[in-house]
Design a protein around this ligand. Structure first.
Ligand code: ZN
Length: 400
């Protein structure tokens, strides 16, 4: 926690650190000595004094360690390397996993990562680990996906274990929407004491809740699945087993399927519709609809606004359950229509949520744009490797 306080404060004295952590100055002196020995923090000049001798200021040694984040989706794969302050040192976007076998994808990803690290001049020994975020549900502790997504070969595949072998680093597997939420906190996009949710719009709709810097994990780290909250008890059945799910009614695929039934499909050259069970690049097709909406196409605007209204409706439930002060809109799906979504969701929530007389809910765009999940994946590794646990030598072939 000491490192997290120093990171959040940017610069801090030992006395302020002791106050913030509720520890004795002797305990803080010991903790700081270890952090200095590990090279994670540096002493940097003197701060203002309140009498007596000036206080030595502690700062994060930003480039002393690095972390890798990988966001793996069917249609794109984002890799980022971040420093201790969350700054992106290097970034790459690769084609998605499509129908390739997991072993092949992970091995080639590891090769690309090693090349990337070498060209950025980063030693593998200074990398704390790799966070790989993707579809849920997952068995977070064993690093195994419990879903036939991105394709059926990933179901029950030992993702963390195999990736750890290929990349020679500890690997953590997590949900992309959870990662986007913690990434927002790590990058200072919200107040440290905030209770906020990220609403993640990618191929599907996900969510994550952070309470004062801690990700809400539920009992198996598969919580806050806002995309699978039912907004119509008599609605169409969803692949998750529920009916009338938000994702099924308002996600990119749903909007594209609506557009396919209108003249908009020809106007925007969306191509022929595919059967309900078949996959298309819905995120790309959806972007064409949001671009048209922004350009003034009223039919496209109506579809986007309806999707935003349904997201706003589900966000009322999210705000009511967690008493949120902020909702962050993250993920590539919002794209060019982010302003419309923000406006409509904020209006829906603040008109009807239960505690609106106590306080408003802010709805804001993510500070990390469409890289939110990848940056969050890397931030999760830093939090696990450096904050929640004491720093330890990087084990080989071991998942954290
Ligand atoms: Zn569902």
């Amino acid at each position: 926690m000491a490192l997290d306080q120093i990171r959040a404060a940017r610069s801090i004295s030992r006395v302020e650190l002791a106050e913030g952590l509720g520890l004795t100055s002797a305990a803080v002196t010991r903790i700081v000595r270890d952090l200095l020995d590990d090279g994670l923090v540096v002493e940097d000049g003197r701060g203002r004094s309140t009498g007596g001798k000036p206080r030595t200021i502690l700062r994060l040694n930003v480039r002393s360690r690095y972390s890798i984040g990988v966001h793996l989706e069917r249609n794109a794969c984002v890799i980022v390397v971040i420093d201790l302050a969350g700054g992106v040192v290097t970034r790459a976007v690769l084609p998605g996993v499509a129908s390739a076998p997991p072993g092949e994808i992970l091995s080639s990803l590891a090769d690309r990562i090693h090349v990337r690290l070498r060209s950025a001049g980063i030693e593998l020994s200074t990398v704390v680990g790799l966070g790989l975020v993707t579809y849920g549900p997952q068995d977070w502790r064993s690093g195994v996906l419990l879903t036939p997504q991105p394709n059926p070969q990933w179901l029950d595949f030992p993702v963390a274990e195999r990736m750890s072998e290929f990349v020679r680093l500890p690997v953590l597997v997590d949900n992309d929407a959870n990662a986007a939420a913690i990434g927002e906190y790590w990058l200072g996009g919200v107040e440290p004491s905030s209770t906020f949710a990220s609403l993640y719009l990618g191929t599907g709709i996900g969510g994550g809740v952070v309470v004062a810097g801690q990700l809400y994990r539920g009992s198996s780290s598969n919580g806050v699945e806002i995309g699978h909250i039912s907004i119509d008890v008599n609605g169409e059945s969803c692949s998750c087993g529920n009916r009338g799910c938000l994702e099924r009614m308002a996600g990119p695929e749903a909007v594209v399927r609506h557009a396919w039934q209108t003249p908009l499909a020809d106007r925007l050259a969306l191509g022929p519709s595919v059967p309900a069970t078949e996959y298309a690049d819905f995120l790309d097709l959806f972007a064409r609809i949001t671009d048209a909406a922004v350009a003034g196409d009223t039919e496209a605007q109506a579809l986007v606004e309806e999707s935003a209204r349904l997201l706003g409706h589900a966000s009322i439930t999210l705000a009511n359950l967690f008493d949120l002060d902020t909702i962050v809109l993250a993920g590539p799906g919002f794209g060019s229509a982010a302003a419309t979504y923000r406006e409509v969701i904020a209006a829906e929530v603040n008109r009807s949520w239960f505690s609106r007389r106590a306080h408003a809910v802010r709805v804001v765009p993510s500070v990390s744009g469409s890289d939110a999940a990848a940056i969050g994946a890397a931030a999760l590794v830093l939090q696990h490797g450096l904050v929640d646990r004491p720093i330890h030598p990087v084990p080989r072939r071991t998942a954290v």
